[in-house]
Design a protein around this ligand. Structure first.
Ligand SMILES: [Zn+2]
Length: 500
């Protein structure tokens, strides 16, 4: 359920108690001078309506929603109300005990301790909203809590700086971090249970000007999220990928910028495999998602455990499939290619623009052309493109520059992002994967082997017309599903200059 679709916060939550909401399975979602609007799962009786009209001094307007959704909304929004109360409680407590302040009441494991409650609420809200990270940042007078949803940071809380120490203490204890260290970055882990599911939280701290900043990465374990179909591959392409995944050797390469969903695609490929019968090893930095029956290695360049070194060690352990988080240098490229030609299936990513540039990059990394064509079987270049919010997008006439860049007619109408309460005022709602997929065939191999000038290869598109990343992005813009800005942003990456 997408909670952002409802405008519930501060609308009538204060006039209807949680008890009442639970008793009749209802939740207010809007209130004006004369009406209170409620989500109900079944029609309310005359008596109940009278009771609520008496309590709220407003006319009841009913709207139907299923019982479970209402229950979730009650849990979520009344929890937020308690969060506010707990922040106030903790702050007043701090003021009373300021002179003799020694981390009041967070030594207790009791769930009603305000710091415990506040931290729990923040994490639960982030998980409910499907956030990937939580940022807790201290400033001069307040602490800002933001969560990353669909790639954007969104503020969910701001609380007084006075209570921050309690929160930090709580995080550090839970994450087995050293509470006495405040001037150095630290890492930790928390196992968090919520709604019957277990989540792995990876914590990192960083000393900044007004204290320690914490970033909590949430690792979701729900396998259902990661199947080739539901991350956005078309049926025909799913078939192709499955066929290649059955191979005992060769290389599958995923390309795209940071945050384009490459890792998710790699994970969904691994979930396709027979993990009981195959020895699957991953080398990642960092591990983003735990997979059962897969040996996952977190590389740590600080202690000399690099991609290349880990790969060499892994190869001694008789692996069938190796997922290499990213091929970043010549050494890693050469080990990976060699491994893929000696009875191992290698899955990896590269930070490249499109499918052909990944081939060019491998050649640039001094991998001989004949090894590249023997090894690489499938290349996918992907992006996560922001989808326009249907509630607020607006049409406009394409400008001259847009007409030129999109290669379209002069009079074409496009859509722009506006922003409304349904999309957190971003103008966008959710993301969609856009990709080009190339199964390397003899015709491609001939071209790779026979070109004289690398620019010749660069110009060559491995894709049939209409299936390239550019064409697919263009279609989305013309259908009004995304903007020109997203089209340009996802084509021009400028990553080369960043990476040198
Ligand atoms: Zn909107």
């Amino acid at each position: 359920m997408n909670f952002q679709k409802f405008d519930i916060e501060n609308c009538g939550i204060n006039v209807i108690s949680k008890d009442l909401a639970l008793r009749y399975n209802l939740i207010p979602y809007k209130m004006d001078e004369s009406n209170i609007y409620l989500f109900v799962s079944s029609k309310l009786s005359k008596e109940i309506i009278e009771e609520i009209e008496f309590i709220t001094s407003r006319n009841v307007r009913e709207n139907f929603l299923d019982e479970i959704s209402i229950l979730n909304l009650i849990k979520f929004y009344y929890n937020k109300e308690s969060l506010k109360k707990n922040i106030t409680k903790l702050k007043s407590k701090k003021q009373i005990e300021k002179s003799n302040m020694n981390f009041i009441d967070i030594h207790t494991k009791k769930d009603d301790s305000p710091a415990v409650f506040i931290l729990n609420s923040i994490i639960k809200e982030a998980i409910t909203k499907n956030a990937s990270d939580i940022h807790i940042e201290p400033f001069k007078n307040s602490v800002l809590v933001r969560i990353r949803i669909n790639g954007d940071l969104i503020k969910i809380e701001e609380f007084p700086i006075e209570i921050y120490e309690n929160i930090i203490y709580r995080i550090k204890i839970l994450a087995s971090m050293d509470i006495s260290i405040k001037n150095n970055p630290q890492d930790g882990k928390i196992r968090f249970k919520f709604n019957g599911e277990e989540f792995d939280l990876r914590i990192s701290s960083l000393p900044i000007i007004y204290g320690e900043k914490f970033v909590i990465r949430i690792l979701y374990k729900n396998n259902m999220k990661y199947s080739l179909e539901n991350i956005g591959f078309e049926n025909e392409d799913v078939k192709t990928i499955r066929k290649v995944l059955k191979a005992n050797s060769g290389m599958i390469l995923l390309t795209g910028p940071t945050g384009s969903g490459k890792t998710t695609t790699l994970y969904s490929m691994i979930l396709e495999m027979d993990r009981d019968r195959k020895n699957i090893v991953t080398v990642e930095n960092p591990i983003e998602y735990e997979i059962e029956k897969v040996n996952q290695v977190n590389i740590n360049p600080n202690i000399g455990l690099t991609f290349s070194k880990s790969l060499r060690n892994i190869l001694r352990q008789d692996p069938d499939v190796i997922m290499v988080g990213e091929i970043i240098d010549e050494e890693a490229a050469q080990i990976a290619i060699t491994a893929s030609l000696t009875g191992h299936l290698i899955l990896s990513t590269m930070h490249c623009n499109d499918t052909s540039s990944s081939i060019i990059r491998l050649i640039d990394m001094n991998v001989p052309k004949y090894l590249v064509v023997d090894s690489v079987g499938l290349v996918i270049s992907q992006r996560l493109v922001k989808k326009l919010c249907n509630n607020c997008k607006k049409t406009y006439m394409a400008t001259k520059e847009e007409v030129k860049d999109l290669e379209i007619e002069n009079e074409e109408m496009l859509f722009s992002a506006v922003g409304c309460d349904k999309c957190n005022y971003t103008g966008y709602d959710g993301r969609v994967m856009v990709y080009e997929l190339v199964l390397i065939q003899d015709s491609h191999k001939n071209i790779i082997m026979n070109y004289d000038d690398i620019n010749e290869l660069r110009k060559y598109s491995f894709n049939d017309k209409g299936n390239s990343l550019k064409e697919k992005l263009k279609k989305l813009v013309l259908k009004g599903e995304t903007t020109y800005e997203q089209y340009i942003g996802n084509l021009k990456l400028n990553y080369m200059s960043k990476r040198g």
